[in-house]
Design a protein around this ligand. Structure first.
Ligand SMILES: Nc1ncnc2c1ncn2[C@@H]1O[C@H](COP(=O)(O)OP(=O)(O)O)[C@@H](O)[C@H]1O
Ligand SMILES: [Mg+2]
Length: 248
């Protein structure tokens, strides 16, 4: 579904992503892991069009993505969430999700805020809020939500763009155990609806129980790729993590 070859991105002297090739199969749950600073977020930024690569090729369902800005990729069905949550904090939950629907419309973005009563996507937006457990808070301000719920709201807003490929950057970070469990169930539900997932994650429960393929990066380069079981047993991976997360 998504194919990257030799993607490279440097910041000054820092080789954040160096000649990374990967192929994400349609309808899979694909995890991207690696120590802090490995280049995971940079790679996600390259895949989603936040950054353009210095070198390499990138295609999505055989369409060339290089040079395509982020909003065009969203229209192609590629959505994402950010490691540092990005929401319209002054707007309500409903307005945040409604904003996600605009991407496939020709009406200007601001119309969704100046005509809030138009309600064209309200039913769908409320359904998505229910799906992430926030239906009862639809009319509250996003900024007033606790952290874990802001995370789920960001997911609902991304789903409003009707993605076929959904990429999440550390969705479980900062969540408590119950929230992680809920997130995990929702990711499985999203996957069952036929959406391909690419998840950057440190939470090994999530990676090992949910992912089908695991791609490991370290220092900007691929370290290993395999099934969760293979990754857990790989000496190079264990060494990169100093045994920590993988120690039984
Ligand atoms: N916008 C940026 N400007 C300068 N350096 C950056 C930028 N983004 C990332 N880096 C550097 O690139 C490397 C990889 O970072 P990042 O992709 O955020 O890693 P990860 O998400 O795996 O923790 C790090 O050394 C980081 O400091
Ligand atoms: Mg990161």
């Amino acid at each position: 579904m998504l194919q990257a070859r030799a993607l490279t991105k440097s910041f000054g002297g820092v080789r954040a992503v160096h000649e990374v090739s990967l192929a994400v199969p349609e309808k899979s749950i694909f995890a991207l892991i690696g120590p802090n600073g490995a280049g995971k977020s940079t790679l996600l930024n390259l895949l989603s069009g936040i950054y353009q690569p210095d070198a390499g090729t990138l295609s999505y369902r055989s369409a060339n993505l290089i040079g395509q800005p982020a909003y065009r990729r969203v229209r192609l069905g590629i959505a994402r969430t950010f490691q540092k949550i990005r929401l319209f904090k002054q707007l309500t939950l409903l307005e945040n999700v409604r904003a996600g629907f605009h991407i496939h419309q020709d009406a200007p973005f601001w119309q969704y805020f100046v005509r809030p009563a138009s309600g064209r996507f309200d039913a769908e937006a409320r359904e998505l809020l229910d799906f992430v457990g926030l239906g009862a808070r639809a009319d509250e301000r996003a900024g007033a939500l606790p952290y874990g719920q802001q995370r789920m709201l960001e997911i609902a807003r991304a789903l409003a763009t009707q993605p076929k490929l959904f990429m999440l950057d550390e969705p479980a970070a900062g969540l408590n155990a119950a929230e992680v469990e809920f997130l995990l169930q929702r990711l499985v539900d999203i996957s069952r609806r036929g959406v391909t997932l690419l998840v950057v994650e440190h939470n090994m429960d999530l990676v090992m129980n949910v992912a089908e393929r695991v791609f490991v990066m370290d220092h900007g380069v691929p370290l290993y790729e395999g099934t969760p079981r293979e990754v857990q047993a790989n000496p190079a991976v264990i060494e990169a993590y100093l045994g920590g997360e993988f120690a039984a």
